[in-house]
Design a protein. Sequence first.
Length: 358
Amino acid sequence: MNRSIRPLRLAIPLVLVCALPTAPAAAQDAAIADQLRALNETLREQNESLRHRLDALSRQVDDLRFEQQLGELAVVEKVRLCGPPLRYEPNPTAQGAGNPFVFWAYTFVPRQLDRTKPQPLIVLPHGGVHSNFATSYCNVLRELLEQGYSVVAPEYRGSTGYGRDTYEAIDYGGLEIEDTFAARNWMLERYPFLDPKRVGIIGWSHGGLHALMNVFAHGDAYAVAYAGVPVSDLIMRMGYKSQSYRDLYSADYHLGKSAEDDIEEYRRRSPSWNADRYDGTPLLIHTATNDEDVNVLEVERLAQALRASGKTGWTYRVYEAPPGGHVFNRIDTALARDSRREIWRFLAGYLAPERPAD
């Protein structure tokens, strides 16, 4: 009996000794871990660089397509403008720190336009947290140009296709709004036939946020505005979006903190929390109950805030489950065309283009 127990007593300490790593093995594991971290960082940087190169290539292709699709209808140009200096300078004492931010913009001027008379202007900022003005807007542009509108589309800070510096210059709901306003002012300076009293601003999604925030900040500069499915409440948005989406805003070059850590900053950049600044500029807002990007609750919150402000001048319409969801009135369906005609009639009442839509 004793002989059968003794081997078990000897085996226990032997197993424990074998399980403990030696000092050289632990150091080797730490070195491997360091190498893997360095490799992952290198791969991340290479992927980031490749992504910006692909964005730039896509941007160049779209530049050619704008000319191909709209060149007969409009004079298409791409120009460089200046907006306010960066909100955050990594090195505030570096050469050039504090200079105005330089960005690109597209301009579209109808070829068949009487430049001896005052003419209206449309400011059209693109949507997307990080995106750009793409040829997917060509159907909208064509309809605007046919009516006699000149159009400026700013590639404000944070846009893609212009490298990492522009991408990381993003100031969501902040100075990017002033880039859009700078594009409006540049067009009026560049083209003397444009009437400063007949300037409208339109946008969808994040572009809708631009339209709203421009009207709230510079209401006397616009005769009319349209906001389609506009991002309206960042605090609410952080609640129903994914963690990866929230991480975009928490990046050091972005807002730098989560909504939980700085809720006042997210309020400051949300149209629904700035509705008290609305001055009554004629404003049309569209949303859709089946929007898969900007939940209808966000836009309903905006409408509630506008009502609470006691201001008049705005119109609000909710489309019930339209085909296309988030892009329902930017695609080529009968409903989309009808919805855009509603927008064009609304704008024409204040901007009086040469050839208003039926």
